[in-house]
Design a binder for this molecule. Sequence first.
Ligand code: NCD
Length: 354
Amino acid sequence: MQQYQGWEKFCNEPLEKKLPLFKKDGQIFDVLYAQQFAKTELEELFYLADRIRNISKTRSGMRFLSSVLNDKRAMLFFAQPSTRTFLSFQNACHILGMQTSEIRDSTTSSEVKGESSEDMIRMFSSYVDLIVIRHFTEGFAEKAAWVLNSHAGRAVPIINGGSGKDQHPTQALLDMYTLERAFKNIGGICGKKIAMVGDLKRGRTVRSLCQLLSLYDGVEFFFVAPESFRMRDDILDMLKAKGAKYTITDKFKDVIPNVDAIYSTRLQDEHDVEQESGGINYDLFSFKEEHLALLKKDAAILHPLPRRNEIEIAVDKDPRALYWKQARNGMWIRMALILKIFRREIEVYNFSGV
Ligand code: NCD
């Protein structure tokens, strides 16, 4: 298969050199990694998401929202399984008046006829104004954005909806939005203690979330994982370089009373190469109803979902269990992000209601 020239060289450049290609006029365009966001940009997205959610409460507000991007279309290319991310992007687009098309299975695309993934992405860009990609290959979304920005006449923005074991930047945005709301009246995210629990080695959500949390002063991390699924060094090195404190442990119960948030994750066994997940007692990393009594009264329990046994169903009714709200927050923050990408947020700020 023919290759597009220059990807290898570009892909190995340091992030600071790559990022300008993914911006337009110094503003957000492609959304590929969590490291793209500054704290002020997160705050702006939270504010915009709050505004959107208020507007959506009335029928006239919904009618207004459906006009803001009704001249745009999106392509949802999800080559890996997805329920929440797919549905929340799809509904975010629909509320804003965008039409969507989707490919959820690569075997229904021309890849099976030998079309390169780069040509396929260029093809998508002919029909739509935005492409959201979930892919099992790390860096696929980045490569797609590189192809469009450096080769295609028609560069449309790309959003990474989850890339292999590496990144899930929009999940991190909704996680931060949920934490921001949870801690609003107790001093905000700065200085909070956050436990990340489970398969931290292969969980892309925790990796992206660490990047965003590291923008907030004094956040302290507790990485609670089985020995073989500990957080990888690249993230630990990043935290060290920023002076953030972290603890690595496999004693979940000891950590529970000390933290302000628990971010639970499932075993990512779809990435097993040699049945690495076998023989691990994941139950030791499960949050049970009996643990509620140990947890601080203002703490927040998050999970990107889907869950298996990481959080007992009996925990759901506790007001500190935020994971269902967290999923819905994904829709609001993705709407905010899409509005920013298309520079239409001003219309939302100017809406005075009727
Ligand atoms: C996560 C993912 O796909 O990485 N799910 C999601 O997007 N909400 C977490 C997971 O699958 O465990």
